[in-house]
Design a protein around this ligand. Structure first.
Ligand code: IMP
Ligand code: MG
Length: 177
């Protein structure tokens, strides 16, 4: 039988909003008059990026990249590539990578190393969610919303097979099969 999986709210929209305000306050303090460039990793970060930049209320610019990791199923091979590169110049800019979830760390480590090569004035990482138990490469998260246990979540930009990105809460899928 093909039943819809059940969704259980793990982080409510209220808690997400509070975390976004907290992160924005930290970033604002560090980047005031620095005109930072925020680089979101698509697609998952689109909602977090939209809320974060509105909460920041300082002059800034945004850009996006899309990355693909080659591998089969849920296991990433570790090889990351661009599907879409950013278009903004990075040299001498204060750059902040904006990511939904740092899982293995491979995506953010790849983008960090790529951007570092371009000579930014500074480079930091802001992630809404962190699954430290899944890490395969070390990455420093400078601004973090929440740590998660090793559970697959959806919502607030994140997906399962492109579904659930529009959920307002961050939810865990309970397979009810
Ligand atoms: P990493 O390269 O393994 O750190 O993977 C990061 C990407 O995998 C994130 O940007 C998410 O898009 C995706 N991802 C990791 N864990 C989850 C999850 O629990 N739900 C949905 N997407 C996830
Ligand atoms: Mg992502």
């Amino acid at each position: 039988m093909n039943r819809e999986p059940e969704l259980e709210v793990l982080i409510s929209k209220r808690k997400i909003a509070a975390a976004v305000r907290r992160l924005a306050a930290q970033v604002r303090q560090d980047y005031i008059q620095k005109d930072p460039l925020l680089v979101g990793i698509l697609k998952g970060s689109f909602m977090f990026m939209a809320d974060l930049v509105r909460a920041l209320e300082i002059p800034l610019e945004i850009d996006f990249v899309r990355l693909a990791s080659y591998g089969s199923g849920t296991r990433s091979s570790g090889r990351i590539n661009f599907i879409q590169d950013l278009t903004s110049p990075v040299r001498e800019r204060h750059v902040i990578i904006v990511e939904d979830i740092v899982d293995s760390g491979l995506s953010t480590a790849f983008l960090r190393d790529y951007l570092k090569e371009k000579g930014p004035a500074s480079l930091k990482l802001c992630a809404l969610l962190d699954k430290p138990s899944r890490r395969r490469i070390s990455v420093q998260i400078d601004y973090l919303g929440f740590q998660l246990p090793d559970e697959f979540i959806v919502g607030y930009g994140t997906d399962l097979n492109e579904k659930y990105r529009n959920l307002k809460d961050i939810c865990v899928l309970k397979e009810s099969l």
